[in-house]
Design a protein. Structure first.
Length: 333
């Protein structure tokens, strides 16, 4: 009986051990399966997270680039139209000028200069002499009335020390009707009024030569006077007057030769009223560019540089083109 009991006990112990082993094996397999499943899921989750992080970085980069571009565009728009000018502190630039077109152009320039801290004081003169003398004396900062050949001639004759601070525009010289309206009507002994200063008289004579009325001596060129006329087939009588006076004798002579500004003052349009005028590509038109003249050394001052920069701007160019119907031409360097 004891033997049978011992046998049953051993059998029970073996059964329990086997069951435990089976349970342990099952648990191990289940754990292994869970571990494998977790192992498979983890890379997927990590991959998804990595993608999300990459998208975040890309979005941040795009935002940064957009912000940079926007800032650059903003800076570009802010600087658009700005001229390279050293700002002033309310300084006044006193300038002598012929009434038309110089003073008119300066009035437009004054509007722009005010935005840069400069006040433009424009004083009109009806001649070419006084504007140079007041700049030489230091009473004025600059003048806007003349071209370089006249300036050089004035310096030589008067002993002044004026220089070109900037080239702005030129005005085609024209032959205008007096008591006759066509050059075909010219007859022996007709009178033509011309400016009497050296450079402008030469310019008038060159224009008359270009239109077949006279012939100048070889080499006369830009210094020609009536004494340099080699051929005068119509025996033209030349009435030499101060430039500002020429337009006032249109009823007394057959023809007049006018500077562009004095033609404008007299109400003439080069394109509509002149009988003939200088072409824009002529040596004379390119030589007689109207300038800002200052006392030697002052051309490098901030306020003179500001004045010239404004007068050379696209805004002034457009003003000239829109206003003067070809009688004034912006000088293209």
């Amino acid at each position: 009986m004891k033997k049978n009991l011992w046998k049953k006990l051993i059998t029970g112990i073996l059964t329990v051990s086997l069951g435990a082993a089976i349970l342990i094996g099952c648990g191990t397999e289940k754990a292994a399966e869970q571990t494998a499943q977790q192992t498979e899921e983890t890379p997927a989750a990590e991959s998804e997270q990595a993608n999300e992080e990459a998208e975040t970085v890309e979005a941040t980069t795009e935002t940064t680039e957009t912000t940079t571009e926007t800032t650059a565009d903003s800076d570009s728009n802010a600087s658009e139209g700005k001229l390279d000018i050293v700002p002033g502190n309310g300084e006044t630039i006193k300038i002598a000028a012929s009434p038309i077109p110089h003073a008119q152009i300066l009035e437009k320039a004054a509007e722009i200069l005010k935005d840069y801290g400069y006040e433009l004081d424009i004083v009109e003169f009806d001649d070419y002499v006084q504007p140079n003398l007041v700049v030489e004396s230091g009473e004025f900062d600059a003048n806007y009335v003349e071209h370089v050949p006249y300036l050089n001639s004035f310096n030589e004759e008067q002993g002044t020390h004026l220089v070109d601070a900037g080239d702005i525009h030129y005005e085609p010289f024209g032959i205008y009707p007096g008591t006759k309206s066509s050059l075909e009507e010219i007859t022996d002994g007709d009178r033509i009024a011309v400016p009497n200063d050296t450079t402008n008289e030469a310019r008038a004579l060159l224009l008359l030569q270009d239109n077949g009325l006279i012939t100048l001596k070889d080499g006369a060129g830009l210094t020609a006077t009536v004494n340099d006329i080699a051929e005068n087939p119509h025996n033209i009588e030349f009435v030499e007057l101060e430039a500002a006076q020429v337009a006032r004798v249109v009823d007394e002579v057959e023809y007049v030769v006018l500077n562009g500004n004095y033609a404008l003052e007299a109400g003439y349009s080069v394109g509509k009223d002149s009988i003939a005028y200088e072409s824009s590509d002529s040596i004379a038109a390119q030589t007689y560019v109207n300038i800002i003249a200052v006392y030697e050394g002052n051309e490098t001052s901030d306020k003179i540089k500001a004045l010239v920069t404004v007068l050379r701007s696209d805004e002034i160019k457009k003003f000239i083109e829109d206003t003067y119907d070809g009688a004034v031409i912006f000088y293209e360097k």
